[in-house]
Write a protein that binds this ligand. Structure first.
Ligand code: ACM
Length: 714
């Protein structure tokens, strides 16, 4: 009997944190299975790490030493062990790694691992190096602090990814993203177990790699901003050490203006060319048969964009040599050819190309695009690379091992989608970036519940990629644009589909943000520095109270404003230092405030009400506090209306709380009037909006409205 009670007690003390409920753990992405047990393994300066593995596994030993130093910095405990080497093999070390085989990063490599933290020790078991690297990141996130110091909770974790391709695409063409900045992003990717850096290395605006065979590519196509081959190799090795492969993208046949700056003979039209935004943005085309663009849809349809000439054999011999050169730098077995957004106009307007089409019985420019993709497939095959292209490569003749990268949302009203990911996956392996575009400023929860993954059950859906295009991002703000939101994407791609609690995701996302800051990602320090720039070095505290609840307008409205406003297409040279460029898309304050409002409306708890009031009073009073800072500050004029609007909205919230207390909150006329007033106060102003208006509105109506599943991109 005693034994049974003892067993029952043990069962009682253990609770399974299933995929749905990750509880107080701070793990992102959430593991496949976690059992959290009562108790804590204390971490002190006696921590000893020992590794049982293949002693020549340099990637593993480097990763273990990196983790060790990161823990040393995090805890400040000054551990005694100097360096972890194959010579330390004590089975009773406080942290024991048992790793069966050496492995390199790659798609489909086993990434599983298990962690047991008990009274005795922490044990990380992995079948190979890559699983161990993933497990080390989990260990970093397990280490926590209480009044007695640092510890890891007792846990049993059994983890492996849902998808084998968990990528981040960074566009280094629209704005050049520095070598150091790329490293920071790789560090952050490692922290959330992403395994593919998709590097968009050429576009109209710039050609960003050094070619020794074709040096005019970088000499004429980059305005001096490109990566040397030594840098590219160093970055590929840096990623490899972190279990990440690098997939380069060289966009063709369209998005190719920068190639033609040095080699105009490859283009469909004579040129001359220079790297930069497309010349046709917003301008009237000289051909009177082509109407002036008045919308983005027209622009896409009517723009004569610089495009490779697919009928010129010299194009293929050039690309064959170039791809061959790039394989010596990018060893991963994949290359991305872009192939997106080619409307065929540059081909139609060239009589020789039109004649070629006729001669070869090609009915449309779509057929010519198919032909080009087919030729590129052959070149990739020759160089032992799998071809990837955006979904515009998809056609009935596409070889079954070409990878289709889905990006076009269905029913977007602008560009034709080639089908749902699950339909494309019937024929080809598929990657999904539809619904993962970070540059459209969606809150993390929109990516988290990306509907494109609702039926992503085919084994032919390899996974997906967050995508950061950089018309509106540069070295100053890119970290805050990508992180921490990409953590939500990493979790969608790693964790079981059943992990979908938005509130818990946000709890962990902001913890991840702090972890990334601690690792050295400058997303938070860039934000604060940018605020100081706006105040000309004056204290930022009051400005930050405001900007912490401002978010950029969602969708492409900000980009469209940059493109359509004269002078046109200057997004490449504009300083990305305005408030809308630097505020985070997800306001942590909003999420905290929303949580309080939800609690309060459910409970009318006085302590919660007091916390809400503290926020509201701070916002109400902040307008007056900001007046001296705003006076004469031209740069702050872009958000001139927000302080008084936030103050007025906060006053409405305080009035609502008073009325709830007095029992007069359900006066219908008052509710209608105040709701209307809040709508007006919440209007976007110069591409930023106040994020807490819906929550203040909930105090007025008594109902917290569910957030939209998504927002219009246009
Ligand atoms: C794309 O966004 N044009 C792939």
């Amino acid at each position: 009997m005693k034994k049974i009670i003892f067993l029952l007690l043990i069962i009682f003390c253990r609770f399974v944190v299933n995929a749905q409920q990750v509880n107080t753990l701070k793990l992102m992405p959430a593991p496949k299975e976690v059992v959290q047990n009562a108790g804590k393994f204390r971490i002190n300066n006696k921590l000893v790490i020992s590794v049982q593995s293949n002693a020549t596994d340099t990637i593993l030993y480097k990763a273990v030493n990196r983790t060790y130093q990161a823990l040393n910095r995090k805890t400040g405990l000054a551990f005694g062990q100097q360096y972890i080497t194959p010579l330390v093999t004590s089975g009773s070390a406080s942290l024991l790694l048992v790793v069966k085989a050496a492995a390199n990063a790659g798609i489909g490599v086993d990434e599983s691992y298990g962690i047991t933290v008990s009274e005795k020790q922490i044990v990380l078991n992995a079948p190979n190096t890559i699983g161990a690297l993933r497990g080390l990141q989990t260990l970093m996130q397990l280490v926590d602090k209480d009044d007695n110091g640092y510890f890891s909770p007792f846990v049993n974790i059994n983890d492996s990814p849902r998808f084998k391709w968990r990528g981040l695409m960074i566009d280094a063409a629209r704005h050049f993203i520095s070598f150091e900045e790329m490293k920071k992003n790789i560090d952050a990717m490692e922290a959330v177990k992403m395994n593919v850096l998709h590097w968009h290395l050429s576009d109209d605006e710039g050609f960003r790699v050094e070619s020794k065979l074709f040096p005019k590519l970088q000499a004429d196509g980059s305005n001096g901003d490109y990566y040397t081959q030594a840098q590219l190799k160093e970055l590929v090795a840096y990623a490899k050490d972190r279990g990440i492969i690098v997939v380069p993208e060289f966009d063709m046949p369209g998005h190719a203006q920068s190639w033609f700056a040095g080699y105009p003979e490859l283009a469909s039209q004579p040129g001359p060319y220079r790297p930069g935004p497309r010349p046709q943005w917003q301008k009237e085309h000289p051909d009177p048969n082509i109407p002036k663009s008045t919308s983005i849809a027209d622009m896409i349809a009517n723009m004569e964009a610089p495009t490779f000439d697919p009928t010129n054999e010299k194009v293929y011999s050039f690309l064959d040599k170039f791809i061959g050169e790039m394989t010596t730098i990018f060893p991963a077995g994949y290359m991305h050819i872009g192939a997106d957004e080619n409307n065929g106009l540059a081909w139609k307007l060239n009589p020789a190309i039109a004649a070629y089409m006729k001669q070869h019985n090609l009915q449309s420019t779509d057929d010519l695009q198919k032909y080009f993709v087919q030729r590129m497939y052959g070149i990739m095959k020759k160089h032992h690379r799998k071809l990837i292209g955006w979904e515009e490569i998809y056609n009935d003749k596409l070889p079954a091992d070409a990878i289709v990268h889905k990006w076009i949302p269905a029913d977007n009203g602008m560009i034709k989608s080639f089908g749902k990911a699950s339909d494309l996956a019937v024929h080809n392996p598929v990657l999904i970036s539809d619904g993962f575009y970070l540059d459209v400023f969606m809150p993390a929860y929109v990516y988290y519940n990306n509907p494109a993954f609702a039926d992503a059950n085919s084994p032919n859906i390899l996974g997906g990629e967050g995508a950061q295009w950089t018309e509106l991002a540069d070295n100053n703000n890119i970290d805050g644009r990508i992180w921490p939101r990409a953590g939500a994407i990493a979790e969608r791609l790693w964790s079981p589909a059943s992990v979908n609690d938005v509130d818990d995701m946000y709890r962990r996302l902001f913890l991840l943000s702090n972890q990334l800051d601690e690792l050295g990602l400058p997303h938070i320090s860039n934000y604060e520095r940018s605020l100081r720039r706006l105040t000309n070095g004056e204290p930022i505290a009051h400005l930050q109270i405001l900007t912490d609840v401002l978010t950029p307008v969602k969708g492409y409205r900000k980009l469209m404003a940059a493109m359509f406003k004269p002078p046109q297409a200057t997004y490449q040279t504009a300083a990305l230092t305005s408030v809308s460029d630097i505020v985070f898309v997800d306001s942590e304050t909003k999420r905290k405030f929303r949580h309080l409002v939800k609690l309060y409306l459910e409970s009318h708890d006085k302590a919660v009400e007091a916390q809400i009031k503290t926020y509201l009073i701070t916002w109400q009073q902040n307008d007056a506090a900001l007046k001296p800072l705003f006076a004469g500050n031209k740069r702050l004029m872009e958000i001139e209306d927000h302080p008084k609007n936030l103050s007025a909205a906060a006053a409405i919230g305080l009035d609502a709380l008073d009325r709830i207390d007095k029992g007069t909150a359900n006066d219908a006329a008052w509710v209608q009037q105040q709701s209307g007033a809040l709508d007006a106060l919440g209007k976007a102003h110069n591409e930023t909006e106040i994020a807490v208006i819906p929550e203040i509105g909930a105090l007025v109506t008594g109902h917290l409205v569910a957030e939209p599943v998504t927002y219009s991109a246009f």
